[in-house]
Design a protein around this ligand. Structure first.
Ligand SMILES: Cc1cc2nc3c(=O)[nH]c(=O)nc-3n(C[C@H](O)[C@H](O)[C@H](O)COP(=O)(O)OP(=O)(O)OC[C@H]3O[C@@H](n4cnc5c(N)ncnc54)[C@H](O)[C@@H]3O)c2cc1C
Length: 417
């Protein structure tokens, strides 16, 4: 089949890899000059199926209200009174019940665990260097209240059979020795030994090069303006200077998916803005080994080879991409507190990105009511974690195969009234 993929973030490129492996003729159209220059550019680097959890959870509405007034809060809401924001927030609140949480969590864990396997297999077959590490991740607690609250997470981890280790301070330092230098008191941590880390941007660019060498055509610097339809079937897309025809169109436009499909398909994806800094390492002995997640600020600190990525925060403020100095200050403060002397935060690069989040936090993968139009979008906080599994599943479905995991409940049909 001739297949056009729209967008070359980590989701578009992993989809291209598996579709081309399945023998299809694949063209990827991307408005930027290279792959992974949008949300997949500088995320926090965690490949963390163990943390696959919906944002919409029981207790979140109360927590969110308190965070609105907290200094260095991980969450900010700026009402823009747009219909998209209002509808998305209402749908998200409906997903905060214990019943919906269970359903959404199990879908996310299913996909994330599958993705873990797919990444391991991909790594075994392809030589892709992406500053990857397989050394687990550690959630850090600064207070006994946080440590006690971890019992809720532990219950869920046990229920889903995810290996974990509850650590006291000695255990935390054994896992992440440089935390012995922390200038703030720590009481313990929750370690997920099977989680991984790596630079999503490096991975996506290398995989795009590999795909190109295997015959995938990448059309960069080209914005897709319109989906072409005939008798409610997708036949291709129109760009500024060209029309591309195909047997199937796969939309992996992340947070921009609703724009292209506006008026044709209502796709409930809303941007949740986050920030990161990337700090050059001065003294490797003072740096993290893998990812630590500071529970107090909900900020992840990840070791790449000679850099530290520090990322987090959640702002609902539409498509605004201003770089706020106060956010950089919080990211710098957290890494300097936990890992003093590890790197030079003055020399850090600062970035912001928009997570494509659905109201139930689960991506939208599969067929749509428009024939030959497929979706693989809305991966929210976990697009890097879920990319390989989502790409493989999408490729199987488009190829007419039964996916290796259950997938009917991941399709857009779940939002049908
Ligand atoms: C601060 C932050 C930290 C994060 N940390 C993690 C983490 O630790 N672990 C994890 O798993 N996930 C993390 N994420 C989430 C992850 O980065 C995203 O889920 C993922 O990058 C989404 O990938 P995507 O391919 O769907 O979107 P994108 O990477 O945004 O790709 C979409 C592509 O479509 C292109 N495009 C858009 N419109 C058009 C058009 N009209 N024509 C042509 N091209 C177009 C864009 O240019 C872009 O390249 C984080 C996100 C943020 C913001």
């Amino acid at each position: 089949m001739k297949i056009i993929i729209l967008g070359s973030g980590v989701i578009g490129v992993t989809s291209a890899y598996y579709l081309s492996k399945a023998g299809h003729e694949v063209t990827v159209i991307e408005r930027h000059a290279k792959a992974a220059l949008d949300t997949s550019f500088a995320n926090a680097g965690q490949i963390s199926p163990g943390y696959a959890s919906p944002w919409a959870a029981p207790g979140i509405p109360v927590k969110a209200f308190k965070w609105l007034f907290a200094k260095n809060s991980p969450l900010t809401i700026r009402p823009d009174w747009s219909l998209a924001q209002i509808k998305w927030m209402a749908a998200m609140l409906q997903n905060c019940s214990p019943e919906r949480y269970q359903v959404n969590k199990s879908r996310m864990v299913r996909l994330a665990e599958y993705s873990r396997q797919c990444l391991i297999e991909l790594r075994a077959h392809e030589n892709i260097a992406y500053d990857g590490r397989q050394q687990g991740t550690t959630q850090l607690f600064r207070s006994t209240k946080q440590l006690d609250a971890a019992q809720n997470d532990i219950r869920v981890l046990s229920e889903f059979g995810i290996p974990f280790e509850l650590l006291d301070l000695q255990g935390v330092i054994a896992a992440e020795p440089a935390l012995a230098n922390s200038t703030v008191p720590l009481v313990g941590g929750l370690r997920l030994p099977n989680d991984e880390t790596g630079d999503c941007h490096l991975f996506t660019q290398k995989l795009a090069e590999l795909c190109a060498n295997q015959g995938v055509q990448f059309v960069y610097n080209t914005s897709v303006d319109e989906l072409l339809l005939q008798n409610n079937a997708a036949t291709g897309v129109r760009c500024a200077n060209a029309v591309y025809h195909a047997d199937a169109v796969l939309c992996t436009l992340g947070v921009y998916t609703p724009f292209l499909l506006k008026g044709r398909l209502d796709v409930p994806i809303y941007p949740i803005k986050g920030y990161s800094i990337t700090v050059p390492i001065n003294d490797a002995a003072c740096a993290p080994l893998s990812t630590v997640l500071d529970e107090t600020y909900k900020i992840a600190i990840t070791r790449f080879e000679n850099r530290i990525r520090v990322g987090g925060m959640a702002e609902l403020r539409g498509y605004n991409k201003d770089l706020l100095a106060s956010r950089r200050a919080t990211l710098e403060m957290v890494v300097n507190e936990l890992y003093p002397n590890a790197g030079d935060t003055q020399k850090a690069s600062f970035w912001t990105g928009l997570r494509p989040v659905t109201p139930d936090s689960t991506p939208i993968i599969g067929a749509t009511p428009i024939k030959n139009l497929w979706l693989n979008a809305g991966h929210g906080t976990l697009g890097w974690t879920m990319a390989c599994g989502s790409g493989k599943l999408t490729a199987d479905l488009i190829s007419g195969k039964v996916g290796e995991i259950e997938s009917a409940d991941l399709a857009i049909a779940r939002y049908a009234k």
